[in-house]
Design a protein around this ligand. Structure first.
Ligand code: IPD
Ligand code: CA
Length: 265
């Protein structure tokens, strides 16, 4: 990949500032610890007032800054089309956010056609900001990050995302395969942060059977720049609808792929 264009580098800086302001807004509206302060879109699929407020804030700022770029949000769908397409998940990990937990983030990715080129993920309750620009590296709070060196699945930690979109037997079969490898299972409630964890080496792999573009758009360039391997999510339908994703450190990616039957190519 050639070095990034100034136009894309400028967009990443702008996105970082907008996501930071959006994160402050989310923090100001954050519920205290307790039962969920949210409604259910469907069973265990939560929506808070903050999801809408943060998406509206980011949509408005991006429209002013880059009116020619496409824009797509989890809540509002595709607002504008363009070769460059911003994709926002206003709060990823809403189920955590709604209970006053800390594991949630604001996620904003940029695609150039079908190529993920830049991403910002800010987790304000964790004081963490991930940024990536294709050809220019992936960073956590400004420091370069890399996928983990773990080779032995028996020393690995693998997360699997859960939602009611996946039939229980399928979820159980994949978790079983992960545990058969000897890996330690996790499920933390934010697909974007789990993928960021693969990019920075805190996890060795992440799988989710049905996940959407807004959950992964900002993480895809992070994973690519951090040297992780990722299944062809966009090619497999992720550009236009839900699809399956596997992301892993390069040493165990093939083993994990075979065990859970999610092809890497
Ligand atoms: C959800 C989270 C969760 C994942 C689900 C997503 P939301 O997003 O990322 O970890 O397993 O598939 O829908 O609802 O918190 O924005
Ligand atoms: Ca999400």
């Amino acid at each position: 990949m050639s070095s990034p264009s100034p136009a894309l580098a400028y967009r990443l800086e702008a996105a970082r500032a907008v996501v930071h302001d959006a994160s402050r807004l989310a923090m100001s509206m954050r519920p205290p610890p307790g039962g969920p302060m949210a409604t259910q879109k469907s069973a265990q699929d939560w929506l808070t007032e903050t999801d809408g407020a943060v998406e509206a804030f980011i949509a408005s700022r991006m429209k002013t800054l880059f009116p020619e770029d496409g824009f797509q949000g989890e809540e509002g769908g595709i607002a504008r089309s363009g070769r460059l397409r911003w994709v926002v998940d206003p709060i990823d990990g809403t189920s955590n956010y709604a209970r006053g937990r800390s594991r949630w983030c604001v996620s904003l990715g940029l695609l150039d056609g079908d190529e993920p080129v830049a991403g910002v993920i800010e987790a304000p309750a964790l004081n963490e900001v991930y940024t990536a620009l294709r050809g220019a590296g992936a960073f956590l709070n400004g420091k370069p990050i890399h996928a983990s060196p773990v080779k032995d699945p028996a020393s690995a930690m693998i997360e699997m995302g859960w939602s009611n979109r996946v039939p229980k037997p399928v979820f159980m079969e994949k978790i079983d395969a992960i545990m058969e490898l000897g890996a330690m299972p996790r499920s933390g409630g934010s697909g974007a942060l789990a993928l960021a964890d693969v990019a920075c080496g805190r996890l060795d792999g992440y799988i989710e059977i049905v996940i959407n573009l807004w959950d992964v758009a900002a993480a895809l360039p992070l994973l690519a720049e951090a040297g992780a391997r990722v299944s062809p999510f966009l090619r497999d339908g992720g550009l236009t609808g839900p699809a399956t994703i596997l992301a892993a450190n390069p040493h165990i990616a093939e083993t994990l792929s075979q065990a859970v039957n999610i092809p890497l190519a």
